[in-house]
Design a protein around this ligand. Structure first.
Ligand code: ATP
Length: 229
C-alpha cells in the first residue's frame, strides 16, 4: 500500500523556487533512495515531507491523509521520523535523556534502540555533545526510532564518517529493512551502498523528479546523465 505520496510538489524559499515538480511515492516496507547532485532539491523535499517547509503547489498524502496543514511538531505524531542532515541532537543532554525525550509508545524503546546500537548503552550517561560523529549519528537514528515512525527519513546519515562507522550505519539500515519492514527514504552519496539496500530510486534534477524506477534498473546512462557518475 502507498504510505507516502508527493504529488507535483512546488516549494520556495522566499521568492526563490527550489522545487518545481516533484512526484514520488513510498510504499509500506519499501526503501527508496532519493538521489541527485548537490543542490537539486533532496533536502528541500525532505523538509516538505516533514512539514518543516510548506509546499506552495501540489499535495502530500501520508497514509491516505493530506498532510498539507500539519505543523512540523506533529509530523512525528503522524508517523514520520526524521534523521536530519547534520545529525542534530541535544548536545547538553545525555544519550539516555536524548532518547527518552523523543519517545512515543511502540516497539521501539530504549532496549530495542540499544540492541541496534549497543554503543549507545555504553555511552548512556555521557552528554551527546561529547560523542564521536558516528555515535552522534547512531543517537540521531535512535531518536527518530524512539518516535516509532512508519516512515524513517535519513538525510545523509553517513556523511563525514569514517569507513568503519559508515559500515555500521549501513548494517543498521539493512537490519531495519529486514527485521521491521519499516518504510525508509535514504539520501546518500554512496551509490554502491544504496544499491544494496534500496528497492527503488527517485532522481531529482533542478527541483524536478526526472527518473524513478527499480534501483537495479539504474544503468550507467542514467547515473552519468543525472548523477555525474
Ligand atoms: P545537497 O546534496 O547539497 O544537500 P540538495 O539536493 O539537498 O543538495 P537542497 O538543499 O534541497 O538540495 O537545495 C535545493 C535548492 O534550494 C538549491 O538551489 C539551494 O541553493 C536552495 N536552498 C536550499 N536551502 C535554502 C534556503 N534555506 N534558502 C534559500 N535557498 C535555499
Amino acid at each position: 500500500m502507498t504510505l507516502l505520496w508527493l504529488d507535483r510538489i512546488a516549494a520556495f524559499y522566499g521568492p526563490s523556487q527550489a522545487l518545481f515538480d516533484v512526484t514520488m511515492t513510498v510504499a509500506d516496507g519499501e526503501v527508496v533512495a532519493l538521489m541527485g547532485r548537490n543542490g537539486m532539491g533532496k533536502t528541500t523535499t525532505v523538509k516538505v515531507i516533514c512539514r518543516l517547509l510548506r509546499q506552495r503547489g501540489g499535495h502530500v498524502l501520508f497514509d491516505g491523509r493530506p498532510l498539507d496543514r500539519l505543523p512540523a511538531h506533529k509530523a512525528a505524531r503522524a508517523g514520520i521520523g526524521l534523521v536530519p542532515e547534520g545529525r542534530r541532537c541535544f548536545s547538553n543532554l545525555t544519550v539516555h535523556e536524548n532518547l527518552i525525550a523523543a519517545a512515543r509508545s511502540g516497539p521501539w524503546d530504549l532496549a530495542a534502540v540499544t540492541r541496534l546500537f549497543p554503543r549507545l548503552s555504553e555511552r548512556r550517561d555521557q552528554n551527546a555533545g561529547s560523542l564521536s560523529g558516528g555515535e552522534q549519528q547512531m543517537l540521531a537514528i535512535g531518536r527518530a526510532l524512539m518516535t516509532n515512525p512508519r516512515l524513517l527519513v535519513l538525510d545523509e546519515a553517513t556523511e563525514g564518517l569514517a569507513p568503519v562507522v559508515r559500515q555500521e550505519i549501513w548494517a543498521a539500515i539493512s537490519r531495519l529493512k529486514a527485521e521491521t519492514g519499516m518504510a525508509i527514504i535514504v539520501i546518500d552519496k554512496s551509490l554502491g551502498e544504496l544499491r544494496q539496500v534500496a528497492d527503488r530510486a527517485v532522481i531529482l534534477e533542478k527541483g524536478v523528479s526526472v527518473w524513478t524506477g527499480a534501483i537495479a534498473g539504474l544503468g550507467p546512462d542514467i547515473t552519468n546523465r543525472y548523477l555525474g557518475i
